[in-house]
Design a protein. Structure first.
Length: 104
């Protein structure tokens, strides 16, 4: 087995392990805000590892470029979607966006 094949296997194992750990974290956590913390590594670290494995295996062919584009889109979209979900949870719990004001 060549060094590049070993690197591909290691990156794929790391990527799948990250995804599985994040899935377990989402299943174990009870609060939706706590579950949001496990979405970050699943949509940033996992895709980077898998895309890295694809790029090592396929170089910058069509598959390699698509893997890079997919990973970049996930990295960009994750913070936006996580923030929007957290904000929606906050509004739903409080029935308003503004913090409660003290009277007096």
């Amino acid at each position: 087995m060549s060094a590049s094949s070993i690197a591909v296997v290691i990156l794929l194992v790391v990527g799948v392990a990250i995804e599985l750990a994040c899935c377990v974290g989402v299943l174990v956590m009870r609060d939706a805000h706590d579950k949001l913390h496990y979405i970050g590594p699943a949509s940033i670290l996992g895709p980077i590892a898998v895309a890295g494995a694809i790029v090592i295996r396929e170089s910058l062919s069509q598959a390699g470029v698509k893997a890079i584009i997919t990973a970049v889109l996930l990295i960009i979209a994750n913070p936006v979607l996580t923030h929007a979900t957290g904000r929606a949870l906050y509004i739903r719990r409080r029935d308003q966006l503004e913090p409660e004001r003290e009277v007096g």
